[in-house]
Every structure is written in C-alpha cells, then in structure tokens.
Design a protein around this ligand. Structure first.
Ligand code: TRP
Ligand code: SF4
Length: 325
C-alpha cells in the first residue's frame, strides 16, 4: 500500500475552507492508503515564535475537529509533529545538504516575507520551513503528499532535497509526488479566500443560527443592488457555495431565478444555508462528545504519536547508518 503524509498547522477553529480543501480529501485517502496526518505545531512556531501560547491547545482542538469529521485513528496514524523528536533530527541532517539559495528563491518564502507584516520572519527557522516539511514527509517514506497548489513549491524542494540526499548516501527515500487537491473554490463571506485571519470564515463549530446569520450577509453579485435587478450567479461569491452544496435541480432553479430576478438573494441563500447546516450537524454532535470527554482525543493522539515514533525510529536508524553516524 502506498504511503501518504500530510500536515496542517494548528490555527484553532477549522472552517469550511479546511473541510472542502483538505479534510474531505483526507477522508477519501484514508480508505486506500497508509496515511500519516499530523498537527504541524513546530511549523506554527516558525511564524508565531513570539506568541506560542495557544499552539498546544489549538493542536488538540484541531485533533477533535479531525476526529469529528471522520478521520479514523484505526485507519490512519494521526499525531503531533513535536511529539516525534526524530523530525528535528532529520531536519538537522537534511539542512546539512540543502543549499541556502534553494530556500531563498522559494516563491512562498519571498511572498510571505513581503506579506506578513508585524512579525520578524528574518529567522533561520522560517527560512528552513521547507526543510522541516521535507523531513516530515520523507520520515514516513511518503509516495504522495496531498496539498493545495500553494504548497507545490515546497514539494518541489522536498524532491530536490531527496535527490541530493540519495546521491550522497544511497537510495534511502522515495521521491514523493504531490497529489494536488481538486479544491472547490470556497470563498469567504467577503468573497476573498476563506481564512480565519480575514475574519470571513464559517467555522465547523458555528451554531445553525450563527451560520444563518453569517451566510445571509455573505457577498452576492454586486450588480443585484435592488430586488428587481437581475444577477449573474457566476459573479456571485455565495453561488460558489451553492455549487458545493446544492442539488443540480436547486442550482438550476436559483440560476434561473437570479438571472430573471425571479427570486431574491435571501431566498436563494436559504436553499444553500439549509444544506450547510445539515452537513455540519452530525459533525457538531460528535464534536460536542469530544468536548465532554477531551481525554478521548488526547488518547487517540497519544496512540498516534507512538505509532509515528515507531516508524520514525526505524527510518532514523537507516538514515544514521547511511550518513555514517
Ligand atoms: N506547510 C503546510 C501548510 O502550511 C503544512 C505542512 C507541514 C505539511 N509539513 C507538511 C503539509 C508535510 C504536507 C506535508 O499547509
Ligand atoms: Fe447570488 Fe443567489 Fe443573489 Fe444570484 S440570487 S446574486 S446567485 S445570492
């Protein structure tokens, strides 16, 4: 069975963007691959080193979300990166062979240095972010890594590091392939990409009332100023959610109604909101169970940590001997 590795930085509450962008894909993958999914808490430190309070707790909250959407610890190994110290050792060894210019020309690095203001990212750790990510991936000898397109440059770096490592020390690691996630566009309430930091997210834990309140105010086709103005669904951010959530008949109905000004935006959205609320209901019931018994999520995480440690210990024995240590 081929091996899959993917991680997510603990950002607190997960939202619809995470659900459709990554988690649904992970759920499918756990059926047919040996999967390792982890909380990338060390990666969170590369940007939030000055305010690390909350990283630990966010990790556990994220774990509860993962379990509640249906990631199954019997099927996949779910763990916390910082619980498997071998990642740090492998990161160190990979850093020995990684040329600094490879890291400096990484487009994600250049973009983030430019865009994230208010944090000093001129650190050694932040430059080395992709080296740590490479260690995460090759530790489990992953064949495929499911990530969004924004992570493709990091995966390319991982492959380059693997090739270099194998040239020096022998064929230890497979070259992992990127498994680009077909991400349905999940716009936030303001039409920009859904993101906690933009304040435009619908969280998986939002109550039905909260979901209704948020989505009722979501941006629509700006051309529909008044009720009698016809609109164009393809220019409407909310309609992207219809495309994810509604039946073909419903999509047909609202598209026609929009273009002819036959229905108002609120009625149109109601049809979609109902599906969002319904989809999240079973999740929220499970989630409430984990909140009542946080020990369950902690236990699942500990068991996953042990399973990951075992595999990591095996890989590192091979690596140390290949490097001559
Ligand atoms: N960099 C990834 C992100 O921001 C998170 C991540 C860390 C990751 N290590 C990984 C993803 C290994 C895939 C594989 O989304
Ligand atoms: Fe968007 Fe529906 Fe309003 Fe058209 S009617 S602009 S699709 S919310």
């Amino acid at each position: 069975m081929a091996t899959i590795v993917s991680g997510m930085r603990p950002t607190g509450n997960l939202h619809l963007g995470h659900l459709h962008g990554a988690l649904k894909n992970w759920l499918r993958l756990q059926e047919s691959y040996q999967c390792f999914f982890f909380v990338a808490d060390w990666h969170a430190l590369t940007t939030d080193y000055a305010t690390p309070q909350g990283i630990q707790e966010s990790g556990l909250e994220m774990m509860k979300d993962w379990l509640s959407v249906g990631l199954d610890p019997k099927r996949c190994v779910i763990f916390r990166q910082s619980a498997v110290k071998q990642h740090a050792e492998l990161h160190l060894l990979l850093s020995m062979i990684t040329p600094v210019p490879w890291l400096e020309r990484n487009p994600t690095y250049k973009e983030q240095i430019r865009e994230i203001v208010g944090k000093d990212l001129s650190t050694y750790g932040f430059l080395g972010y992709p080296v740590l990510q490479a260690a995460d991936i090759v530790m489990y000898k992953a064949h495929k890594v499911p990530v969004g397109a924004d992570q493709a440059p990091h995966l390319e770096l991982t492959r380059e590091i693997v090739r270099r490592f194998n040239q020096f020390y022998g064929q230890i690691f497979p070259e992992p392939e990127v498994l680009l996630t077909e991400i349905p566009k999940v716009p936030g309430l303001d039409g920009r990409k859904m993101s906690k930091s933009y304040g435009n997210a619908v969280f998986l834990t939002d109550s039905p009332k909260e979901i209704d309140r948020k989505l009722s105010r979501m941006m629509t086709d700006p051309a529909r100023v008044r009720r009698q103005d016809p609109g164009e669904p393809e220019k409407c951010p909310a309609f992207n959610l219809h495309k994810i959530y509604c039946t073909p008949d419903e999509i047909d109905y609202v598209s026609k109604g929009c273009r002819t000004a036959g229905i108002g935006c609120l009625d149109c959205k109601k049809i979609m909101i109902k599906h969002v609320v319904e989809e999240l209901q079973p999740f929220q019931e499970k989630r409430a169970g984990y909140d009542r018994r946080p020990g369950d999520a902690e236990d699942a995480l500990s068991a996953g940590n042990r399973a990951a440690q075992e595999k990591a210990a095996e890989t590192m024995e091979q690596v140390r001997s290949a490097v001559g240590l």
